[in-house]
Design a protein around this ligand. Structure first.
Ligand code: ATP
Ligand code: LTN
Length: 334
């Protein structure tokens, strides 16, 4: 608890411009629950290094991600929005927790298997221990709740296992976090291959809708989205393309699948795709306006980064010192 509020922790990697999947599966929900919790949101730049990054582009992505958090509605004066790499406690606790994690556990991680297959020329140790650093992120802030998309569920489970193992050995050091996975939007699929999740590092630009795509681009991408045979707007397993578009439409408008089926009864895929494109473009427009205004105000963003880095360091170091003492590392002489 901080200020009598439960603690919420989440973050995203700075691996490219956010997609509609990141927004509907995570960011939009963060905004809607942020008032009820003491919130920490990291720009997960250390995690991003598990995939090779071009330095100048990486730095730009990390700054853009920070500005997108704010533009989406996270107030940096109420929420602690900070850079993971500015708080060295993450790497330090990550190392300690590596020593409390078994290779057998890490071998089961499906994200590692997916990323290793995708980047066969760079299967590095960081990619392998990625979930341990993520556990350190969460446990440093004694988080109660971690809102993520469904692809992160397994990482939350290993985080809980590591925390419980540690607590069994040393007493109640860590709060055991709960995952918060939204009912709708937890897995938005690619517009071109609806059996794969929409991913910000996808190289096929038509597969993803980016939060900074302009209206024409958004509508064009939806028009080109892969649909299924037939022409009926119906939510079902054998219609992955249409069902994905319905999920997106439902998340943005708040309509249920039955309402959407009714609304497009007797109309073809063309009308439906246009309606989805328009509602998404309308949702993104105000966010984009705030985003471009913010980028102009460098002094404001830098002030927020500095203050929040310090706040994050304060809470993270508190937990780190406790852990160091528990495992028997020699205390600092003051
Ligand atoms: P990358 O392509 O670099 O792996 P990503 O698009 O998968 O990136 P992450 O940074 O790994 O994005 O994830 C940020 C947050 O967005 C996480 O909470 C994740 O669960 C959520 N998320 C990512 N993709 C989707 C998606 N397609 N649908 C719903 N939520 C998603
Ligand atoms: N692995 C997460 C990003 C991430 C994260 C975290 C999310 C790193 N550390 C801690 C929640 C809590 C992802 O979305 N790919």
């Amino acid at each position: 608890m901080i200020n009598d509020k439960k603690v919420l922790y989440s973050g995203m990697q700075a691996t490219g411009t956010l997609t509609l999947g990141n927004y509907l599966g995570a960011l939009k929900n963060w905004v809607s629950i942020s008032d009820e919790y003491e919130c920490f949101y990291g720009v997960m730049d250390l995690h991003s290094l598990t995939i090779r990054q071009e330095p100048a582009n990486f730095r730009k992505n990390a700054r853009n991600l920070y500005a997108l958090y704010v533009a989406a509605g996270l107030d940096p004066e109420k929420n602690c929005l900070y850079y993971q790499s500015h708080v060295s406690a993450h790497a330090e606790l990550g190392w300690i927790l590596d020593c409390f994690t078994y290779m057998g556990e890490l071998n089961r991680m499906t994200q590692f298997k997916d990323k290793a297959a995708k980047h066969a020329d760079n299967i590095n140790a960081g990619l392998y221990t990625y979930p341990v650093l993520m556990a350190a992120d969460i446990l440093l802030y004694q988080a109660d709740l971690v809102p993520v998309g469904v692809d992160q569920k397994q990482h939350l489970e290993i985080c809980r296992d590591i925390a419980e193992r540690f607590n069994n050995l040393y007493g109640e050091v860590f709060t055991i976090p709960e995952a918060y996975i939204p009912e709708a939007g937890a897995k938005i699929m690619s517009l071109q291959e609806p059996e794969r999740k929409m991913s910000k590092s996808d190289e096929n630009e038509n597969a993803t809708v980016r939060l900074l795509d302009d209206t024409d681009t958004v509508i064009r991408k939806f028009k080109r989205a892969v649909t299924d045979s037939g022409n009926e707007v119906r939510f079902s397993e054998d219609k992955p393309g249409v069902s994905n578009l319905m999920t997106i439409y439902g998340c943005v408008t708040g309509k249920t699948m039955e309402e959407i089926e009714k609304e497009f009864d007797g109309k073809g895929y063309g009308d439906f795709k246009l309606a989805v494109g328009e509602c998404v473009a309308d949702e993104l427009r105000p966010l984009q306006e705030r985003y471009y205004a913010l980028l102009e105000d460098k002094t404001y963003i830098e002030k927020c980064i500095k203050e929040n880095d310090e706040k994050a360091q304060y809470f993270a170091n508190k937990t780190l010192r406790k852990v160091q003492k528990k495992v028997g590392l020699t205390e600092r002489i003051r």
